[in-house]
Design a protein around this ligand. Structure first.
Ligand code: 1GP
Length: 254
């Protein structure tokens, strides 16, 4: 599935460890679903969430955003449209370089060398599909340059973030994404709290090719509009989808 970013202004982050709202029709106005969380995520609950989305909304693009390779399996790769992998600028080395090199080391190995691989999931996929799986996986993999700005969030703890960036540093990370690292997505992450438009405005000045996502504390049309007007391509709404589906409906731009 090709993603037309021009048509995407509202993204729902579905946490596979949390129950889904009983009425999923609230999702009918969202443009993209990202399945991922920072606590109690497993391969099984991820797969269940992806399948629930695809069953109800077959046309809706669904990304899997794992924080561990243990959440990825042949089934999740086949069920989701893309695998989106965060690279956290203000996280520890493991979360900007380490995990990714490990992943691609596995992906790049010849099928015959994969027996007994420490990343059995990827090894299993490649062993079963042959060398084509490498290009298939690479095409379906999207890097996301993240700045995690809420220190009290599980996202910050998981990725080793102990300092936030100033708006000037956020702008620098955005410029580096656009001109140097080349991730298709730059993500300003305030998970669990509303960060306001300042970082988004700082980042937006430097992003042309890169899609700018903002997530954190969006629970009203007014906040969603403020972030979009500051230059984000899309808002990402997480907690509110699980906690208050009626309010969630209000976050979808008209
Ligand atoms: C979390 O950015 C998302 O990864 C959304 O944040 O849960 O605060 O809406 P909230």
């Amino acid at each position: 599935m090709d993603i037309d970013w021009d048509g995407i202004t509202h993204v729902t982050k579905v946490d596979p460890a949390k129950p889904l709202p009983s009425d999923l029709t609230v999702l009918s106005g969202t443009d993209l679903v990202i399945v991922g969380g920072s606590d109690d995520v497993t391969e099984a609950n991820t797969l269940e969430a992806i399948r629930a989305m695809k069953e109800r909304f077959p046309e809706l693009p669904v990304f899997q955003e794992p924080y561990s390779s243990a959440h990825v399996s042949r089934e999740t790769i086949e069920a989701a449209d893309y695998l989106s992998i965060p690279a956290v600028y203000n996280g520890d080395r493991e979360h900007f370089v380490g995990k990714h090199v490990d992943l691609f080391t596995q992906v790049g190995r010849k099928p015959g060398e994969l027996i007994g691989s420490s990343l059995p999931v990827v090894g299993d996929l490649i062993a079963s599909k042959g060398i084509d799986a490498i290009s298939e996986l690479a095409t379906n993999l999207i890097g996301e340059g993240y700045v995690v700005q809420h220190l009290e969030s599980a996202a910050a703890t998981t990725s080793g973030v102990d300092t936030t960036y100033t708006p000037e540093q956020v702008a620098g990370a955005a410029l580096a994404t656009e001109t140097f690292y080349g991730f298709p997505i730059f993500y300003v992450e305030y998970s669990g709290t509303y960060g306001g438009p300042e970082d988004v405005a700082a980042a937006a000045r430097y992003l042309e090719e890169t899609t700018l996502l903002y997530g954190g504390g969006i629970d009203s049309q007014q906040k969603a509009t403020e972030i979009l007007e500051a230059g984000a391509d899309a808002v990402v709404v997480g907690d509110c989808f699980h906690d208050d589906p009626e309010t969630f409906r209000d976050t979808i731009p008209e």
